[in-house]
Design a protein around this ligand. Structure first.
Ligand code: NOJ
Length: 567
């Protein structure tokens, strides 16, 4: 018997990446007043929660995921007063605000790190990971890094501090030193900061790479990747030995006893279903749900820059396993997109002839799963990947560093560019397309990132005015989750698991069953082997992605998705 229903089972979260959402002051960068000005749009869409990517003070080396003051707003985005107004205005519309919590690392410009690096005897030295060079080697010599780990942003995870002759650890950029969670003072400082935001009125946290905060000690080399020289450090920092203890402590220190509907979601690369059950079991008091990465890794070959087409059988096997694994205990989060992923309609759908149909199909399949759906800004418009011209079109540190490293190793420029075009995080970061005007209504100035040339066709103004748009399909799906208990809490059963073209499943609760059937191809498909096919052929059509009412689950048009209801 699945655990009892919780408020977030019927909630939908919308992710705002503030830099690219809406500019209000003409500097070309999105800001908090811009978000405030679009709250009515979000209320029309019907979302329950807004998750804000980081808006804290930051040198912006990784667009705000490098924080130098956890308790202030970056002037690019506004002020604490703007933030308070955003929370008040969102709450007035019944929308909760969830902050990004980036505490695996800080910026190297955070006063904690500045103090830590100031001397080997600093009282904060131990707040970060400092180590001498590898035994028997000179600081700065090739291979003298304390471990062989490869950074997520290319190159080594260790940076030498010339003054002390020691290296500090940074799993991401050299401007993002990892905090040492073994130190109880670090943990208490983080908890105090979290309480401060909750007291200010925020409704929870999305926790950045939170399953990397506990490291296996001592830090050791990982298996060498390919021809080397770097190694994979992940066995030393993914779901390390104290991760559950730390999250339970955080829960006790920050959330226990607080009234209200709070949301916690842990971003957890490489987390397994078995671990996710432990993280999200309500009785263990860790987090409400996790972001897992399995389904967004299925089109990767050896690594994320080595792309291959998605095999629908793999997708169904993976998502089906997550549905089954968290059916009784725990809870899933559901997403295709975020600020780190290419646009789903370009990646898993057809962003040409069937852009509208395939964007709606992807939405239908995702939102009808059991779990809390996340919509990434612009996804509800069917926004597509960016047509990058050349290397200078990429802004994201991960892409820029990869380009330098890969071409430096002798890979062909055109091959590297093709990989970036498919996989770059910048695909998700072009400004939201509000209207057909020159900068798409995003800014009156020069946008920090060019608007997509298709904004004259793909934009919010047109979508809101068109009842058959992708936007209104999302709005209907969100409404269904609010009004149909079977969408929020029904059991999930995968059907036709062996079909290479059709994604089909049912959801059932209290005598009501929904059937979702989706054609993941650009050709018509007869659907064979569906249990109780005749009953379904006569069932009520609850939702379809073609603008007519005679859809049947037994024969689907290109990229058609239907939801039928019995009971
Ligand atoms: C995951 C975030 O989603 C990503 O954007 C960021 O670069 C890394 N964590 C480092 O904070």
């Amino acid at each position: 018997m699945p655990a009892e229903s919780q408020w977030f089972h019927s909630a939908v979260v919308y992710q705002v990446y503030p830099r690219s959402f809406q500019d209000s002051d003409g500097d070309g960068i999105g800001d908090l007043r811009g978000v405030i000005s679009r709250l009515d749009y979000l209320a029309t869409l019907g979302v329950d929660v807004v998750w804000l990517s980081p808006i804290y003070t930051s040198p912006q080396d990784d667009n705000g995921y490098d924080i130098s003051d956890y308790q202030d707003i970056d002037p690019t985005f506004g002020t604490l007063e703007d933030f308070d107004e955003l929370v008040a205005q969102a709450h007035a519309r019944g929308i909760r605000i969830v902050m990004d919590l980036v505490v695996n690392h800080t910026s190297d410009e955070h006063p904690w790190f500045v103090e830590s690096r100031s001397s080997k005897d600093s009282p904060k030295r131990d707040w970060y990971w400092w180590q001498p060079p590898r035994e028997g080697m000179e600081a700065g010599a090739p291979g003298a890094e304390p471990t062989n780990w490869h950074s997520f942003f290319s190159g080594p995870t260790w940076e030498l501090d010339e003054t002390s002759g020691e290296y500090y650890l940074h799993l991401f950029s050299r401007k993002q030193p990892d905090l040492n969670w073994e130190n109880p003072q670090v943990r208490q400082a983080v908890y105090a900061m979290m309480r401060w935001w909750l007291d200010r009125g925020v409704d929870g946290f999305r926790m950045d790479v939170i399953n990397m905060i506990s490291k296996v000690l001592p830090l050791r080399d990982g298996p060498v990747i390919g021809a080397g020289p770097w190694g994979d450090g992940s066995p030393s920092f993914i779901c390390g030995p104290r991760i559950h203890e730390f999250l339970q402590e955080m829960h006790r220190e920050v959330f226990e006893g607080r009234a209200g509907k709070l949301l916690t979601v842990g971003e957890m690369p490489a987390v397994t279903v078995e671990q996710a059950v432990l993280f999200t079991d309500p009785a263990r008091h860790e987090v409400d749900m996790v972001f897992q990465f399995e389904h967004v890794g299925l089109d990767h070959g050896e690594h994320k820059w080595d792309r291959r087409p998605l095999d629908l059988l793999d997708l169904k096997a993976s998502l089906g396993r997550w549905q089954a694994g968290l059916a009784e205990v725990g809870w899933n989060s559901l997403y295709w997109n975020n600020h780190d992923q290419p646009r789903a309609v370009s990646r898993f759908g057809d962003d040409g002839q069937y852009r509208v149909e395939s964007a709606k199909l992807l939405a239908t399949v995702l939102h009808l799963h059991r779990g809390t759906p996340y919509v990434y800004q612009g996804e509800e418009l069917g926004m597509t990947n960016v047509p990058f011209a050349d290397a200078s079109s990429f802004k994201d540190i991960e892409s820029v560093n990869y380009y330098a490293a890969a071409t430096g190793q002798g890979l062909l420029v055109e091959e590297v560019l093709d990989a970036l075009r498919l996989g770059s995080r910048d695909n998700a970061r072009s400004p939201v397309q509000w209207d057909g005007s020159p900068h798409a209504g995003f800014t009156t100035g020069t946008p920090w990132f060019p608007v997509h040339p298709n904004h004259s066709e793909v934009n919010a103004e047109r979508a809101v005015a068109d009842p058959d748009s992708v936007f209104h399909h999302y709005r209907r799906l969100i409404e269904l989750r609010h009004t149909e208990p079977v969408v929020a809490d029904g059991d999930f059963t995968m059907l036709l698991a062996d079909s290479p073209a059709i994604y089909a499943f049912t959801r059932s609760l209290d005598g009501v069953t929904l059937l979702v059937v989706a054609n993941f191809t650009g050709e018509e498909q007869k659907v064979t082997g569906l249990p109780e096919a005749q009953r379904w052929a006569d069932a009520e059509l609850l939702l379809g992605n073609y603008p007519d009412a005679d859809a049947t689950p037994l024969a689907l048009r290109p990229w058609e998705a239907t939801v039928h209801r019995l009971g």
